[in-house]
Design a binder for this molecule. Sequence first.
Ligand SMILES: *[C@@H]1O[C@H](CO)[C@@H](O)[C@H](O)[C@H]1NC(C)=O
Ligand SMILES: *[C@@H]1O[C@H](CO)[C@@H](O)[C@H](O)[C@H]1NC(C)=O
Ligand SMILES: *[C@@H]1O[C@H](CO)[C@@H](O)[C@H](O)[C@H]1NC(C)=O
Ligand SMILES: *[C@@H]1O[C@H](CO)[C@@H](O)[C@H](O)[C@H]1NC(C)=O
Ligand SMILES: *[C@@H]1O[C@H](CO)[C@@H](O)[C@H](O)[C@H]1NC(C)=O
Length: 452
Amino acid sequence: MRGSPLSWKALLLTPLVSQVAFSIELDLSSEESIKSAAKHAAKGMLSYYSGYRPGDVPGNIPDPYYWWECGAMFGALVEYYYYTGDDQWNDWTTQALLHQVGDDNNYMPVNQTRAMGNDDQIFWAFAAMSAAETKYPDPPSGQPQWLQLAENVFNSQVARWDTSTCGGGLHWQAFSYLGGYHLKNSISNGGLFNVASRLALYTRNQTYSEWANKIWDWSEDVGLIRSNYFIYDNTDSSDNCTTFDETQHAYLPGVYLHGAANMYAATNQSKTWEKRVRGITNALDYFFENKNHNVMSQPCEIKDCNLNEQSFKAYLARFMGATVPLAPFTEQSIMTKINASAIAAAKQCSGGSDNKCGLRWTEGDQYDGKTGIGEQMSALEVIQSTLSRPKRKPVSSGNGGTSTGNSPDGGGNKKDSNVKTRAMTKGDKAGAGIMTALFALVPIGALVFLTL
Ligand SMILES: *[C@@H]1O[C@H](CO)[C@@H](O)[C@H](O)[C@H]1NC(C)=O
Ligand SMILES: *[C@@H]1O[C@H](CO)[C@@H](O)[C@H](O)[C@H]1NC(C)=O
Ligand SMILES: *[C@@H]1O[C@H](CO)[C@@H](O)[C@H](O)[C@H]1NC(C)=O
Ligand SMILES: *[C@@H]1O[C@H](CO)[C@@H](O)[C@H](O)[C@H]1NC(C)=O
Ligand SMILES: *[C@@H]1O[C@H](CO)[C@@H](O)[C@H](O)[C@H]1NC(C)=O
């Protein structure tokens, strides 16, 4: 793909485009340079989005991308606005985050629930929680509020906690008729842990810290979080969680690390949570063990990362950056990695005439030919996360936060049994969520069936 005839032709035929822009510029000593590189990556990411156009669906991205990644993308843009102050995409962001709330204001829109994983839903709650923590502009009154949305997602998910197998845990899928329901996976449980711990710090409501403790303890006890703080993808409830898919995905330490850092702050720096934050921070080396020391990579990059995996470095970078101000003792270790990865990611933004960002940051400025929302989002989030120190200062209720939640008697969540979904198709039952786990487990013959 490198230097394909088409892109070279495009370059030659476009005299107004700078012909020496081999990769985007990034000078970490200049805030302006960081903001400009982030803007470039964001712009490339949004070239795949058309939901703001009349007649299109806000908060949806075209196939083959899944709905959850759109929640992730707008979460990245909430963070983008916070770090850069550039509000040019806020209208699209607010529109998308409000269009997808669903009838019960908990990110279960009718169009999506028929194939929804807990992990899919939680990525929208990450965005709402970021908005509350960073004072992203509040929706007009009469509309659901960021904190309230995150609380409602929390309440809908804790109702799915299932103690009938494995001593507890969330299933991957929200509903038992979806393929892969039998798995209890780390992104679902770690995602809920992340939101619970952020709600605990933001609201100081004990319900959230109790759940954060409970989910962490379960994740450790069942063996998803190992004693060396490696985090495995999933375990199988059909054998009471005695077998594991040991794949380690980059977003898993991200969600657990940032959640633990929130609990560290919420408990006034307890030793228990400090140990966990340190443990995961040290274990992050797994994703930085390559010829370019300190540059983030995932094992899948050796062959080919699937569509979902192409975006996972975005969330590790986001949550590493957000951890630093909550647990300042991580700064040296985390920012060394973020800085080096941001420089490497910017070099990889050298594809075609418009500097598309590639996937393999370890490859220097030899563009690896990969393009997509995940690649752009990963570059965006690692670049803007270099601004975490000293910029980032999360707010909370009574401490600068303006987002409001449910009143104590609020919540207003319908039981899942009353949830409206569109008619099911055979394809839906295969589950359309974050499918890395399922594809890793099903035999080839079944794959053929799934794609039919
Ligand atoms: C659901 O799908 C319909 C048809 O594509 C669309 O008009 C509507 O905006 C969608 N709703 C949401 C919340 O995405
Ligand atoms: C299933 O696992 C849980 C937690 O690990 C354990 O408490 C329970 O006894 C196990 N049940 C069976 C039937 O083995
Ligand atoms: C943490 O400190 C704050 C302020 O001093 C106090 O209000 C709160 O109760 C403490 N929380 C815990 C869990 O110790
Ligand atoms: C990261 O880069 C910034 C900007 O150059 C610098 O101030 C900071 O010290 C770096 N952090 C680490 C841990 O290298
Ligand atoms: C604490 O949060 C839970 C879960 O959202 C909610 O049911 C409860 O009413 C909240 N308590 C207070 C005092 O706000």
